[in-house]
Design a protein around this ligand. Sequence first.
Ligand code: ADP
Ligand code: MG
Length: 702
Amino acid sequence: MDQIPVTGLKRVGPRLAERLHKLGIETVADLLFHLPARYQDRSRLRPLGALRDGDEALVEGIVADAQIGYGRRRSLKVWLRDEAGGGLMLRFFHFSRAQMEAMRPGRRLRCFGEVRQGPQTLEMVHPEVQQRPDHDDDGAQDGTAVDVPLTPIYPSTEGMQQISWRGLTDQALALLAVHPQSLADLVPAAIAAPLGLPALHEALQTVHRPPADAAVQALVERTHPACLRLAFDEMLAHQLALRRLRRERRHLTAVPLGGDGALRRRLMERLPFALTGAQQRVVDEIARDMAGIQPMMRLLQGDVGSGKTVVAALAALQAVECGRQVALMAPTELLAEQHLKSLAGWLTPLGIDVAWLSGRHKGAERAAILADLAAGTARVVVGTHALFQADVQFAELGLVVIDEQHRFGVHQRMALREKGVEQGRLPHQLIMTATPIPRSLAMAVYADLDLSVIDELPPGRTPITTAAVPDTRRDEVIERVRRACAAGRQAYWVCTLVEESEALQAQAAEDAAADLRERLGGLRIGLVHGRVKAGEREPIMAAFAAGELDLLVATTVIEVGVDVPNASLMIIENPERLGLAQLHQLRGRVGRGRVESYCLLLYHPPLTAAARERLDILRRETSGFAIADADLKMRGAGEVLGTRQAGMAAFRLADPLRDKDLVRAAQRGADRLLEDESRSGIDRVTALIHRWLGNRDDYGRV
Ligand code: ADP
Ligand code: MG
C-alpha cells in the first residue's frame, strides 16, 4: 500500500491527484490514514418535534406549504409536518424550478441537514432532500432504524466532495481486504496486545465504514475501541518523533547569546510599567537558555493579556546586544502588524529599526527587505509565513520567536530555524502560546520543548464580567450594543456553528450582520468570516482596530491575539456549541483596556446540564488555567464537547486531553520501541512516524 500511488486508483486523474498531493496523500496507504473527521448519523429518523438547534438530523415529513419569500434575500421556504404533529422549515437560497416542483404541498420528503434557529422557527438551510413515495410504504417509522448507516465525513479541501472521498476510500479498503499483508501493523504485538484494542486493519475498516450496528455515540465521541486503537498509533508516532527530536537536540549547538544587558536595561527604564513577578521569572529563564551553547527551545505559555510580547522584546534585545538578528513570526498579517507596532514602539527609540515582511510585500519592495535581511542591516524583522519562504536569507539569525505556535506545523517551525544554521550551529527558539495546557500534558505534547509559564496577569486589569443570557432576550442585548457604541466603545458579535462547512458559518454570520445592520442603523458594522478572503479581511480588521467600525460581526476567525483595547463588549451567539478553551480565547479579545468589559453568552435554551455547567465555569473563572483544569475534569466525566482544542490541532484523531491513559501507554510504548529498535535494527520507528506525520505541514487542520 505504501508503494501504490493514488493515481493507480480508478477515477484519479491529474487534477484530483494534485488536490490529494496538497493534503499529503500520495499513496493508497496515505488514503487509508486519512480518517473521517466525524460522522453524520443517518441511522435514525428523528421526529420533527424533537429537534433542537444545532442538531444534525435525518427527518421525514409532508410538505404543508411552500412559498418564495422576499425578505432580505429571496428564498424558498418549505414547511414540513410529520405525523406526530411536529414542524420544521426548510430554506433554500438557490433553487431551480424543478426543485420547487418537487417540494409542492403534499409531497413527502426525507431530508438531512443541520437544524438551526431561524427568525421564526427551527429551520434547515439547504438540506439534502430525497423524495419519498407518498405514503410510508417501506415501514420506516419515526425513531425506528432505517438501513442508512453512519456516514463518514472526511477532512476535505476546496473542490473535493465527500462523495469522492467515499469513492476513494472504498477502493482503498477493497484493496486492503484483498491484500491484507500489504499494510503492515507497525506496532509490535507486545505493545499493542495489552491495550485490548482491535487490530489495525479492523480498526481502519470500522472507522472508515462503521457497520450498521456500531456504537454510534462511541464513534461520534471517538471513544470506540477502533478509534482508540488508531489514536494510540498516532500518539505513539508523535511520541517517537518528539523523542527523536529530543535526542538530536543533545547534539545541537548554538551561538551563546549572553549579552551585556545594556539594551534590555534601557528598555526597562522606558517601559511605563514594571514586569510582573511571573514575567521577570520567564525573562530570566529565557536569558539563561540563550546564554548557553545549546539552542534554546522554549515554549512560553501565558494567558491572553499576560504580557508575552514584552518578554519577546527583551529576548530580542538580548540577541541584538550580541550582534545577532531576530525574526518574529505571527500566524496572520494582523497579528504580525500588531507585533510590529509594539516592537517598533519599544525598539525604535533605542535606535533599532524593526523590519516587516508579509505576503503583501511584492516585487521591488520585497527584494529590498530581503536584501537588508541577507546583508544583516535589518536586525529585527516581524512577519508572517512569508518569513520561511525559500528565498529569505539571514546574515546572522540568532533568535526565532514564534507566536501562537499551534497555527504553525512543526515543519514550519523547523524551516525557519534552518535559516539560522551557521557552521552547524542553530539559532535559539522561543515559542509563545496563549493556549493553556496543564503542565503534564504540555510535556507529553511538546516533549521537545522546555516550558515557561506566565501565571499572573499584570495588575490593574478590570476583570471581564461574563453573563449567560437566553436568546429570548436578544432585543435587550442588541440595545446593549447600541448603548456601548453610543458611548464611544466598540463591540464584537461572534456567530458560531458546529458545522465545519465554511459556507454555513459564513451564511450565519451574514444573516446576523444583515439583521444587526437593520436594527442598529447608524452604527458602522463590519463583517469577517472564513469566506472573506484574507486580503479583504485584513482591512476590515484594521478598520475595527483603528476605531473606524463600531461593531465587528465575525465567526470564530477572530480568535487569537487581536488587540483592540477600546472593544469592551462581546456577544457570543450559541456559546453552547464551543469548547471552554475556545470560549475563553474569544473572550480574551475584550478586557484589554481600562474600561470595564462584558462578555454576554447568548445561548439558545434549553441547555443540557453539561452545557449549563460549562457556561457557569466560564462565568466564574477568569484564568485560562483554571478553565483548562475544569474542562479536563468535565471531559474526564465523559462529556466530550468542543473537542477541537486549539493547541492540540496537530492531531488527527487522538486527543491527549481526553485520552490521558493512552498518552501514558504511548509514552511507555515509544521508549520500548526505541530500545527494541536499536537491538533489532528494524526501522519501524521511521515508518510509524512517516505513516502518521508524513511530511504534511497542514496536518490536522480539519
Ligand atoms: P499577550 O500575552 O496576550 O500577548 P500582550 O503582550 O499583548 O499580551 O500584553 C497585553 C497588554 O498588557 C499590552 O498592552 C502590554 O503592553 C501590557 N502589559 C504587558 N506587561 C505588563 C505589565 N507588567 N504591567 C502592565 N501592563 C503590561
Ligand atoms: Mg500576544
